[in-house]
Ligand binder design. Structure first.
Ligand code: DGT
Ligand code: CA
Ligand code: ZN
Length: 582
């Protein structure tokens, strides 16, 4: 039982009561309860389990009992009973962007909508547009939301698959007949979302490997199983394919199954030009060609070399110029995790983070970083407990005092006092210039009014990045992968404004964001814009997100010199116009 389950259950009860048209005060009580549970500073799950919720503001008597039942037994009879009153398919409607309980209730009652499929049909037939309070525009918006959901069905965020994939690799590596193993496909190319994961094993005993693979505890379902191939679903639903090849075939197979398909097609074309055919197992002399016999390749690097190319890192294999660059010796030397010296966008308990300044600093030191920027939310982000002017000034003082303590102890580490300042609707900032001037740096981000028309949103961001106190632009498009579309904004225009004003653009490493998108970095670099790789950590463990950021930075062709937080502390201090600490 987790805090999230407790809060989500209360939230779902509120939705269900709303669907039933219950008393708004009762509904509000569940909402407030959900929020209180989500934000409560202590171990709310333990308190609920032990029935010790008395006196907590926002959780009344009725909710105390329900939370206790849920936390101690794992389910709540009241919730189950409510759910049973509605068709199961109705709950899927809540996942559609822009569709709230009021609309769902109307759809359910007037048109008998009980599933996404039925809703789609009724939007297309024009029935939904005829409902009072809906109209053609709403029906169109609903269809767009359904299309977005459909295009994301069966896709998974890179950040969500990384842990299970590494676990599977680890266990395959431990098998005595596994000579080499890799997770190929879009996972290896560091796509921000993947459809399935393609494991490749080099072995002399394919059947033993296949049997081992399908018998693991994380297997939810075996889809197919043959002598050299198997497909399974993990319990999470993620599909994993495994292919077993001989050690001699491994290099060509790895290149093939890493893809992308477009990259493969271009590579095959290049092989053909040289008199060879290239498939998933080998490079062979083409019929009628007098090219010499190809060797057995031990690695992808050897294969690339044989085709007259420098080694192409997996992240680059999208056929967006990497083959041409490899032929010319022009591939960038990509940034690596070890190059990072610090990061700038991190939260603490002062806003919506879970750890204190000291704890965040200790974790950063543990990661071998020389500096950590603290950028808690500003006051307009009240839902995230954003800091007002007085609290921010107090935090700045606290950071200065901590830095002195590091110095006194001889620890070579510095906290930077920053803020993640809200970009208000008109592009102005949430603090005045005096206060911004007291900060070491400023991250500017959009957290509200995300549905502005493209021109207004673009103007808003350009105004913000043009502000002399703004150091970097946070999560440029506001997307939440597989959940929320990026807002409408002219990205090249924003990049150009950043170039003009020397504003750095963030690569937000939160696996839900990975924003700015990797496809734009080449353009940004061509304009002279620098990248900052920021974890947006809300707890110490989320500094680990930096690893995802690095993978996406590499995918964006970024080199060490393109990333500002690869700079040593002294250089960063100079860049920010700060005196080094005495
Ligand atoms: P995904 O799974 O949709 O996130 O993306 P991928 O790239 O992992 O695609 P997947 O799993 O269908 O196939 C893995 C790799 O196998 C793919 O990146 C390239 C290779 N491949 C698959 N189908 C074809 C094909 O029709 N032609 C060529 N040349 N390669 C293919
Ligand atoms: Ca795949
Ligand atoms: Zn933010």
């Amino acid at each position: 039982m987790t805090r999230e389950t407790l809060a989500d259950t209360l939230e779902e009860i509120a939705l269900l009561l709303e669907l039933k048209g219950e008393n708004p005060f009762k509904i509000r009580a569940y909402r407030t309860g959900a929020e209180t549970v989500a934000q409560f500073p202590g171990d709310i799950v333990a308190l609920a389990r032990e029935g010790k919720l008395e006196g907590i503001k926002g959780i009344g008597d009725a909710l105390q009992q329900k939370l206790h039942e849920l936390a101690s037994t794992g389910s709540l009879a009241f919730h189950e009973k409510l759910k049973a009153e509605f068709p199961a398919g109705l709950f899927d409607l809540f996942d559609l962007q822009g569709l709230g309980p009021k609309k769902i209730k109307a759809l359910h009652e007037s048109l008998g909508v009980d599933s996404v499929v039925r809703l789609k049909a009724l939007c297309e037939s024009g029935e939904v547009a005829k409902l009072p309070g809906f109209g053609a525009k709403t029906a169109e918006k609903i269809l767009e939301a359904i299309a977005f959901r459909e295009s994301n069905a069966d896709r998974f965020r890179l950040g969500d698959v990384a842990a299970p994939v590494e676990e599977i690799l680890e266990s395959l590596r431990g098998h005595p007949h596994c000579l080499r193993v890799e997770a190929a496909g879009s996972y290896r190319r560091a796509k921000e979302t993947v459809h399935d994961v393609d494991f490749l094993v080099a072995t002399g005993q394919p059947e033993a490997i296949i049997e081992f693979f399908v018998a693991q505890p994380w297997v939810g379902r075996v889809i197919a199983k043959g002598p050299t191939k198997a497909s399974i679903n993990l319990t999470s639903g993620l599909q994993c394919d495994l292919r077993a090849v001989s050690n001699a075939e491994y290099a060509c197979a790895l290149a093939y199954f890493t893809g992308s398909k477009e990259h493969n097609v271009a590579m095959r074309g290049r092989a053909l030009e040289r008199g060879y055919t290239l498939n998933e197992y080998r490079l062979a002399v083409k019929e009628g060609s007098d090219a010499p016999e190809a060797p057995v390749f031990e690695s992808e690097a050897q294969l690339h070399r044989f085709l007259g190319l420098d080694y192409i890192a997996p992240e680059l294999r999208e056929n967006t110029g990497e083959i041409e660059a490899a032929a010319e010796g022009d591939l960038p030397r990509l940034v690596e995790l070890e190059n990072l010296r610090g990061t700038f966008h991190n939260h603490t308990v002062a806003s919506d983070g879970k750890n204190t300044l000291e704890e965040m600093a200790a974790a950063a030191i543990e990661h071998g970083l020389q500096y950590l920027g603290i950028a808690d939310h500003s006051k307009a982000s009240f839902q995230a407990n954003g800091l007002d002017e007085a609290r921010l000034r107090a935090q700045i003082a606290e950071i200065r005092a901590l830095n002195e303590r590091f110095r006194a102890k001889g620890v070579k580490f510095r906290l930077f006092a920053g803020s993640e300042v809200d970009i208000l609707k008109d592009g102005s900032l949430d603090y005045d210039d005096d206060l911004l001037g007291e900060l070491d740096y400023v991250v500017a981000s959009v957290h509200n009014s995300m549905t502005l028309p493209e021109a207004a949103m673009t103007e808003r961001l350009i105004r913000a990045v043009s502000h002399p106190r703004v150091t970097m632009l946070g999560h440029l498009t506001g997307r939440l992968l597989l959940e929320r579309e990026p807002y409408a904004v002219d990205i090249p225009a924003v990049i150009e404004a950043c170039a003009e004003h020397g504003t750095v653009i963030e690569l937000n490493c939160n696996p839900w964001r990975l924003d700015m998108d990797w496809r734009w970095w080449k353009y940004a670099v061509s304009k002279g814009v620098k990248c900052v790789i920021n974890p947006d950590a809300h707890r110490t463990s989320q500094l680990e997100y930096l690893a995802f950021g690095i993978r996406l930075a590499r995918k964006g062709w970024l080199r060490r010199e393109d990333v500002i937080n690869t700079l040593d502390l002294a250089v960063v201090e100079e860049w920010l116009g700060l005196d080094p600490l005495p």
